[in-house]
Design a protein around this ligand. Sequence first.
Ligand code: GSH
Length: 311
Amino acid sequence: MLVVLLAVLHWSLRRAGGGERIQKETRAWFGGVLALWIALDWPVGALAGYLASAHMLQYLLTALVAPPLLLLGVPAGAWRRLASRARTVRALRFLTHPLIALAIFQVTLYYTHRTRALRPRWVLEELELPYRLQLIDLFGGEGQTAAYRRIHPHGSVPAIDIDGHVMIESCAICHWLSDRYAEKQLAPPASEAAARMDYEQWIFYVPGTLEPLAFQILLHSVILPETQRVPDMLPWATRRYQSLLKFLNKALAERDYIAGDRFSTADILLGSTLLWLPEMLDNQPALSDYTARLQQRAAYQRAATDPAPRA
Ligand SMILES: N[C@@H](CCC(=O)N[C@@H](CS)C(=O)NCC(=O)O)C(=O)O
């Protein structure tokens, strides 16, 4: 896109008299190109992967600064011949409307309350990133509509759309977001090798080891219709789950957070999963304290709020 813009700029400069006297419009056009370049390529674009603030500045430059400058400079006065002042003002108002910015740069979380979608919502709240919840009526069958299956091929939640790119898998989304906005310190950096190793271990432990057992227990005691439950699954899954809880309880009796000495996304994944079966934490005091502590976090409380409570 920048190549196209620069080609038009070059043409515009030549129309303006080969650089002898750079007109106001040409300067505006050049300013717009410069704003886009700073926002998308350098230096803001290069930092946007690491700093939430750079990402926000990228939004502002691309949505609010570049369009008016490009419009005012198009190309060296041609706009003025095409449109009246009133039309120009209307076009500027439209292009710089915050809703346009929101539509272009948007984090949309496809969300059903009381599901795994809590995980990325909690991460977004910890990161203090603006996002929009797109509520999916999973229990009313919306997951299986053709429209939603274009977002999530299995019709499950969560899915997230970040600047037009869709990602599924709750733990992967949380892991990626935490690295993308590294300055919020939800994930230890690769340079802190031991802390990062622990963090990765727990990030994968949750969906790989803990969650399948918790899900088996819920599936055969609550989720499936009674006729489809296999009660014989329960004693084995419960025994095994309890042995994991014992191990986790011991680990959390010695420290406040599961990976290193800081709260991290590993705590979000572990805590949210432990809360699927709160009654099983009754005789695991360190785990009860741990989940209670996590639930006191303001970001958790915001994330756990029902966005569409029934009256
Ligand atoms: N491994 C996936 C599992 C997603 C999943 O199964 N989500 C449940 C809600 S917690 C769901 O959408 N179930 C309905 C369905 O898959 O049809 C993830 O963690 O995102």
